[in-house]
Write a protein that binds this ligand. Sequence first.
Ligand code: AHG
Ligand code: MN
Ligand code: MN
Ligand code: MN
Length: 335
Amino acid sequence: MSKPNQTLGEFIIENQTSFKYTSGELSRLLNSIRLAAKVVNHEVNKAGLVDIIGNAGDTNIQGEDQQKLDVYANEKFIQTLTKRNIVCGIASEEEDDFIAINSQDENNQNKYIVLIDPLDGSSNIDVNVSVGTIFSIYRRVTPLGTPVTLEDFLQKGSAQVAAGYVVYGTSTMLVYTTGDGVNGFTLNPAIGSYYLSHPNMQFPADGNIYSVNEGNYSDFPVGIKKYIKYCQEDEGERPYTSRYIGSLVSDFHRNMIKGGIYMYPKSSKNPKGKLRLLYECNPMAFIAEQANGKASDGFTRIMDIVPTELHERVPFICGSVNMVEKAEEFMRNEE
Ligand code: AHG
Ligand code: MN
Ligand code: MN
Ligand code: MN
């Protein structure tokens, strides 16, 4: 139950017993993510004042130019999780391979692995537009005290134990689920604590916002093109409003509160879609489903997809259930 003025720290402790697994380890892990997010938030907030804007000069495994804040956020999250010795493995959008943390040590009884998009929407950093962090938590499937393997990371999204995001927006919010609904906490920067501001978040079943990069329109599958035209038709509640920030976290957050659909379809430039199944789509799909929304690749539930590689990309359609189902109907009809 939510109480007014409840902090995230209090909420995590009070709800610890409702987790499926109650060793306290997951609470400690969530607390570390909360801490790292505060550190990153501090850096994002002063980005125009210190030399942290712009390109870091390297390309990541995704073939993207790394921004300085991509590198900074990646380091902070990995450092925080590693130093506290509370996970046995981490995989990140910014790292070529997964990181095994003392998992060959038989004294390391940590069972959780974390997958992370340390800074989402990095093309928005230089122009002072909201960015975010996305995280996804699983139990390892290989035995404790042995090194983690790729198998621990290539689990279906439906095996997630927890997932969440931080949006560094007009206010900074941390939104997460442990499979028992979705709750949102707003950071009070003067005090440095997150307070429960959005208990039990829910996608409205219908909405009137569609979010897609329409610059890629001519390349989209016919089903998506027809659905976009449907969104624009003057009929009933339509035309819908088009809103696209270009930060998945912010676009998702707005749509969850107001009702809407987010789409990143495949195109000839991105033949498998652009968004990463493990760091972006699965955690957002878990949050969406926990908030009565829906997430699919147009045909299949995102969390049912069996990953075959760490940096796998998939088409992503996510949001208010009736809108996603309508888009799926258009996709099916054009198969
Ligand atoms: P990231 O900054 O973590 O690489 O993610 C960028 C993603 C996502 O945040 C956003 O929705 C999408 O890329 C935007 O892509 P386009 O610029 O191609 O629309
Ligand atoms: Mn990136
Ligand atoms: Mn991202
Ligand atoms: Mn990123």
